[in-house]
Write a protein that binds this ligand. Sequence first.
Ligand code: PMP
Length: 283
Amino acid sequence: MTLYLWNDQLVDKNQIKIDIEDRGYQFGDGVYEVVKVYNGALFTAKEHLTRLGQSMQKIGMETPFDLSNLHRLLEELVEKNGLQDGMIYLQVTRGTHARQHWFPPADTPVVVTGYTKEMPRPASLMEKGVKAHITDDIRWLRCDIKSLNLLGNVLAKQEATKHDAFEAVLHRDGTVTEGSSSNLYMVKNDVIYTHPATNLILNGITRQVLLAVCRKAGLTVVEKPFTLDELRLADECFLTSTTSEVMPIVQIDNDLVSSGEVGPITRKCQSLFTSLIEQSCLV
Ligand code: PMP
């Protein structure tokens, strides 16, 4: 039997009751995380749970919340579901209350749900690279919060999908921010550029651990915004996310990125990231 997380219990799916007035359902009033599992072990779970706590705090969800207990429950969920390679989806909403825009009383319990899903590493896409499509970043100004409100991201991904692309390259007035569900990077003259961790992007956990390991390996990383014009002249381009890892971008709309081949810095980033996975999950 596949189990699901519902508040502080692991239950069968048909035991879960989500109220029609759950604020996650009515307002997208909540936050979420996606954690990858390799070889039955959670990867960077502490970092994801820390960011979950930060997202909650940023939206004023300040009810005491035991993140270490949640961590234990997620480990138990993975073990009981026998998940080897896949992901955990986890969300926390501001709870259930008669519909009103302002917050419900502070003692309203939050609603936590989570599930596991099998998902292999995207090996063949990582090998050959993907296409991206440029579109306006129409989202709000708190993209640093991992909010359930994903309409701007959903519309951007749909635009990309319509153009046969794996991901959207989002920009504000010609300055590249990130992807619809990933962080973006370009490489020029052996330097890796990516948008700084401001309110305009989600500071990805993959981004954080990759940048740290790149710097340790002696690669030059500059956290500075770049423009669409600079991107068009890039030597290499790639994206990162929990589920896509380090994914080369070899085509942007009708233009190949440089020669259209996956470049050496991208390959280096992939191997550094794979080593991290192997070290922490003993793949
Ligand atoms: N930016 C956005 C908008 C995202 O949705 C995601 C993935 N959820 C990321 C960046 C990458 O974050 P992470 O590496 O933590 O998955």
